[in-house]
Design a protein. Structure first.
Length: 226
């Protein structure tokens, strides 16, 4: 609904402003600003603190800077076809940054313990800033690099890829309850937490796709929304 409102306000957005895809400097600047915004909001809303927005929508405010800013960037990127015109070398540099930070994040998570909320110290604040920086640059690296990698590998041909493409927005909207259901089913399973990750992810992916592809997208007028 917000996107529709923006298009009503700016119906003639033909991409003339900021036509070229962002440079390394612009991308890095956004990642730094995202780090600062994420660190600031997590002073009041740390990770894993969920709220009921409008008493209905379950949301984790800790990631709100990512969601809001990427939405705005998407509004600009679409008409300007940034993903289609982003230079391959530039995108692969950021993909390498994102992949490297993803690996670092898993290593750090596996080798450190999370401090308790009580008795927060300057060291905790420093750690939180590092976490926000890793998350932000990882997010930006993947958002820039993965679509361009898919573009260069010519992913998208074939019936499976086309079906996934048709479902992508509906899956984004409806995935959350399927993730929760998969977690609930396995929450008491007598296996290590890491081993629960794989069946949880696979179950959520298959369940959401089945729901959107064979139910949601077959409803009257659903194609006009999704």
């Amino acid at each position: 609904m917000l996107y529709t409102a923006i298009r009503v306000i700016m119906p003639q957005d033909d991409g003339k402003l900021w036509r070229k895809p962002p440079s390394h400097l612009a991308i890095a600047t956004y990642a730094v600003l995202l780090t600062a915004a994420t660190f600031t909001i997590r002073i009041w809303y740390p990770q894993n603190r969920w709220i009921a927005f409008l008493h209905v929508i379950q949301m984790e405010s800790a990631h709100l800077p990512q969601y809001a800013s990427l939405f705005v960037i998407g509004v600009f990127a679409g008409p300007r076809r940034w993903l289609e015109t982003m230079p391959t070398r530039r995108a692969l540099v950021w993909l390498a940054i994102g992949a490297g930070l993803a690996l670092l994040a898993y290593v750090v998570a596996a080798t450190t313990t999370t401090p308790t909320a009580a008795g927060a110290t300057a060291d905790d604040a420093s750690r939180n800033l590092r976490v926000c920086a890793i998350e932000s640059f990882l997010c930006v690296g993947m958002c820039v690099g993965l679509p361009v990698l898919s573009r260069e590998l010519a992913l998208g041909a074939g019936r499976v890829w086309q079906a996934l493409a048709l479902n992508v927005f509906a899956i984004y909207v409806f995935h959350f309850p399927f993730v929760l259901l998969s977690q609930w089913v396995l929450i008491e399973a007598p296996i290590p937490k890491l081993m629960r990750l794989f069946p949880t992810a696979i179950g959520a992916i298959l369940g959401t796709f089945a729901f959107t592809n064979w139910i949601v997208l077959r409803l009257p007028f659903a194609r006009r929304i999704f």
